[in-house]
Ligand binder design. Structure first.
Ligand code: NDP
Ligand code: MG
Length: 381
């Protein structure tokens, strides 16, 4: 029996995680659930999974939820203190981080300090604080188990292998809804167009990140920290079918990869059951129905967001925080229809240009860099 604290339970990853738990009631118990404001869904989840604790980041909504569940024995908390409490609550064995954005940094660090294993979906945390999180996890002897499908595939491909013999990580990308388009084609894309991902149904922010390919940029940085490899060893491969979830090429030229249907429940349950494997309650891969697979080089001129990620990683230090924070704010503005689609990489590029990187920033410096990036964007856009 594994006890799970789930941060971001009402989102795309959160609900799919609870679906895995639902299929394996003997194996898991939910200790804590956390969301931002969706108390309708959270109440249903509380009644089904019976955690000891639930957190609603929004204080007023937390008070409302408290009233709704007053017939139950449960602690309802709010704000960052609530998230930190859910992440460190004594009975949990593993914390699955499925909040969106760098709000996940402090809870993730607190969970590691409390000795919890981490099933990590919240990539923005590793992108901005990987240099703090990976050594801390090592020091505390906790596992960081990737939930992101590509990183799960890489992790699976590395089982039993010598990590010193990685020649290249082949990080696959669907290419998103605008694969093959020109900059001119993308000038006037609407929010609805960008939200239409060809293969995956995900939260709104990551869906936009997939359309700009910033998501793949975040994943390059995520891979750098998870697998401790240099920038020159991470190759993005556009693979529109999203069947090969990523591969590792080893020093003897052998390439090992993981294939599967595009269903996030597989990487979620791999992280939760690791190192065991249990049947996926979903569609399985049918190679005969599939027939062929395709591969292309990414176009870094059209998808400038990916190029900027490589530049941010090359500069290092606080520059990846600027890349991430500028993207978070720009995506929010695009979803609010305040800016155009192509303004997203423009804003990231400008914010990076203005910033002088701090080498190996502390947590405070990361959060200050985030705030300064937001301020800069508000003053310019
Ligand atoms: P969603 O937008 O669907 O869900 C986000 C979740 O986080 C919701 O439960 C939301 O609550 C909660 N949340 C947001 N802000 C806060 C906060 N301040 N405090 C507490 N909870 C908060 O996102 P996804 O599930 O798509 O993505 C989650 C993370 O996983 C992201 O980092 C993403 O990059 C990563 N990821 C997602 C994949 C996917 O297939 N969706 C694939 C690989 C990685 P509420 O509902 O109340 O707003
Ligand atoms: Mg991914």
């Amino acid at each position: 029996m594994k006890r799970i604290a789930l941060l971001g339970s009402t989102g795309s990853i959160g609900t799919q995680t609870l679906d895995v738990v639902r299929h394996y009631p003997e194996d898991f118990q939910v200790t804590a659930l956390a969301a931002s404001s969706n108390i309708e869904m959270l109440e249903k989840q509380i009644r089904e999974f019976k955690p000891k604790m639930a957190v609603v980041y929004n204080e007023a909504k937390a008070a409302e939820l408290k009233l709704r569940v007053r017939d139950l024995e449960i602690d309802i908390l709010s704000g960052m203190d609530g998230l930190l409490a859910a992440a460190t609550e004594a009975s949990a064995d593993i914390v699955l981080t499925a909040v969106v954005g760098m709000i996940g940094i402090r809870p993730t660090i607190a969970a590691i300090e409390a000795g919890k294993d981490i099933a990590l979906a919240n990539k923005e945390t590793l992108v901005t604080a990987g240099h703090l999180i990976m050594p801390l996890a090592k020091e505390k002897g906790v596992k960081i188990l990737p939930v992101d499908s590509e990183h799960s595939a890489i992790f699976q491909s590395l089982q039993g292998e010598n990590r010193g013999q990685i020649h290249k990580i082949l990080l696959t990308a669907s290419g998103g809804p605008f694969r093959g388009k020109t900059l001119e084609d993308m000038r006037n894309v609407r929010v609805e167009d960008a939200l239409r991902h060809p293969n995956w149904v995900m939260g709104r922010k990551i869906t936009i990140d997939s359309a700009t390919m910033v998501n793949k940029g975040l994943e390059v940085i995520e891979a750098r920290w998870l697998f401790n490899v240099g920038l020159d060893k991470i190759q993005v491969v556009v693979h529109p079918e999203s069947v090969i979830h990523s591969m590792v090429e080893f020093d003897d030229s052998a390439v090992i990869g993981q294939l599967g249907t595009p269903d996030m429940r597989l990487p979620i349950q791999y992280a939760l059951f690791y190192p065991d494997r249990k049947p996926l309650h979903g569609e399985w891969l049918d190679l005969f129905a599939l027939g062929t697979l395709h591969f292309e080089k990414p176009d870094l001129e059209v998808f400038r967001g990916l190029k900027l990620a490589y530049e941010a990683l090359e500069t290092g230090g606080s520059m990846t925080t600027v890349f991430n924070a500028a993207n978070e704010r720009a995506v929010a503005k695009f979803l609010d229809r305040k800016i155009q689609f192509l303004d997203i990489p423009e804003i990231i590029g400008e914010a990076m240009e203005k910033h002088t990187a701090i080498t190996s920033p502390s947590l405070e410096q990361i959060l200050d860099t985030e705030a300064a990036t937001y301020e800069f964007i508000e003053s310019r856009w």
